[in-house]
Design a protein around this ligand. Sequence first.
Ligand code: PMP
Length: 359
Amino acid sequence: MRAYNFNAGPAAIPLPVLERAQKELVNFNNTGMSVMELSHRSKDYEEVHNKANSLLRELLGIPDTYEVLFLQGGASLQFSMIPMNFLQENKTAHFIMSGAWSEKALKEAKMFGETRILASSKEENYKHIPKDYSLADTEDGAYLHITSNNTIYGTQWNEYPTSSIPLIADMSSDILCKEIDVEKFSLIYAGAQKNLGPSGVTVVIAKKEFLETANENVPTILNYSTHVKNNSLYNTPPTFAIYMLSLVLEWVKEQGGVKKVQQINEEKAGAIYSAIDHSNGFYKAHATDDSRSLMNITFTLPNEELTKKFLQEAKERNFIGLAGHRSVGGCRASTYNAVPKEACEALASFMNEFRDNNK
Ligand code: PMP
């Protein structure tokens, strides 16, 4: 029996994708071997690789003026690669701080040059996306970095900043959950293990014009242009993860594309937020109303004891992964694209029932 999987990442993968991978596992495309056993220089693998690229372009409406790369090292390596490549001397990397992942990105950038925090909601335990910031004097900016969705705190940007300097977003936990205008960004990056498939591959979407501004003297493997020139095949890519990514993208397309998936995500999150909002204060959302995430729903119960009991009973009912991150406490339901609507509705009913039995 499949669990109701609310893990924050690695996270749920659509069942039809897993079943297809299982079916194709020992003999992919009549090659007599698994995708994992194919040469990354073979035509069969190349087709998988290029299909993942073109499907992502199609689903997100990525223009030809952008490159799509499949890298390794997780989103965490992007925290370093970005300043290495794009933080020039005499320039400043600007940051809007909305959570622990923004802090990690900032920490790495500091190793390579000047940084400046434009705004932060840290004082309020990152319960909202900072609103009071000015982009007025950022002319010295190499770029402005944001975290579009804060996996730990359960907050998400609704309206991205309109910046005159290149905008960079860590979209690890909300890429493909809703329609976006890619052209607002110079670079988008995301680890795959939440909304795109298994861990092991990191997607980078970058404007060609911006890539041309990169610093020289960056180690070959950490230089974006290396991967651009080699279609992300400079060295051995994580072939199986990219294959899984291509299957997940096909699945998103079959669902009706990002627009349809967004609508379903709104219904899914809506069911759980509604259980919180109609609980007479039994459940309290961590995020403020204007910053609520579609992907990570964070909430607390009246006390530690009830939280433990809730998590225990949830587990007995097959709801997995609901413990909140230690820095926020309470509970977190990650409702990524692959989490079925039925799972979210079942969780909402369980929350109502638990409240009725314990208020
Ligand atoms: N950014 C965000 C928003 C994340 O949620 C995570 C992982 N939870 C990371 C970055 C780090 O990703 P990785 O483990 O792929 O390095």
